[in-house]
Design a protein around this ligand. Structure first.
Ligand SMILES: [Mg+2]
Length: 268
């Protein structure tokens, strides 16, 4: 009888502890989301963010105009979608308000709502390319099940040449290299790539940590602004998972610690 009572006590104590842990992790997750607030304020409110976007697409246009292609080949431009051509910051702001992480179902609901807006300069750049002898390819890691919603969202915003052939979403893998290679196999020279994530420029960045990514960036420095066009994204990207091994498998509390551990701090 006594041991049964002890068992009940132990089980109850464990349940209370587990509930406490869940509450702690929920609070930590909400705090993680809060860390996005200033970045989202910057993207949604600042002229500086818009100026950088215009700068990126003006540079992209010059790079497109001056690029030479091999005889017989056609000019192509490959762009990422999210946070390169379209703005999903309202979804991130919804997460801040609700203190919840990215999840596939909530992201699917956001995509289905077709409410992404344009990044400044993106539509006119895409129209310029398609009306000056080039062809736009939109290569995104949105899941291919969102194809209809994504295409309708892009069409509503005025993006040109949006079709099954030019909008290549993720089917089997997030590494974009096979989709890049498919475009090249159709007789195109890809003269410009635009993205908000280094993974948008080629397979060599894929799965690397931040110091490895920075080394690659330094090695490819001459390509930025001539072939690779980088859009700013302070809110998410592989630069976050690049801070620690298996970053997204850590608890929210541990992710908060990792973020702090990655600060380079004045010792003064
Ligand atoms: Mg993106």
């Amino acid at each position: 009888m006594q041991s049964r009572l002890i068992n009940v006590f132990v089980v109850s104590a464990l349940a209370v502890l587990a509930a406490g842990c869940v509450t702690d992790q929920k609070a930590a997750q909400a705090q993680l989301e809060q860390q996005s607030v200033l970045g989202l304020n910057w993207v949604q409110q600042s002229g500086e963010y818009e100026a950088l976007a215009y700068q990126a697409f003006n540079t992209a246009r010059r790079a497109f105009d001056t690029a030479k292609v091999e005889d017989g080949r056609k000019k192509a431009v490959i762009v990422d979608l999210d946070e390169t051509m379209i703005d999903n910051s309202a979804y991130a702001a919804w997460r801040v308000e609700n203190g919840v992480p990215y999840t596939k179902p909530t992201w699917a609901r956001w995509m289905a709502a077709r409410q992404a807006t344009t990044i400044a300069g993106a539509v006119s750049f895409a129209r310029y390319v398609n009306s000056h002898g080039g062809r736009m390819f939109y290569i995104s890691n949105r899941d291919d099940t969102s194809y209809a919603a994504t295409v309708e969202n892009l069409q509503k915003l005025g993006f040109p040449g949006v079709s099954r052939e030019t909008v290549l979403l993720r089917t089997t893998q997030s590494n974009k290299q096979p989709r890049f290679d498919w475009v090249k196999s159709k007789g195109y020279d890809v003269v410009v790539y635009a993205g908000d994530n280094l993974n948008d420029f080629g397979t060599e960045y894929y799965g690397k940590n931040n110091s490895e990514r920075r080394l690659l960036v330094a090695a490819q420095q001459n390509k930025f602004g001539s072939k690779f066009i980088m859009l700013p994204n302070p809110n998410y990207g592989d630069w976050i998972s690049g801070m620690a091994t298996e970053y997204y498998k850590q608890t929210p509390a541990r992710q908060l610690e990792i973020n702090r551990e990655n600060l380079e701090v004045w010792k003064g």
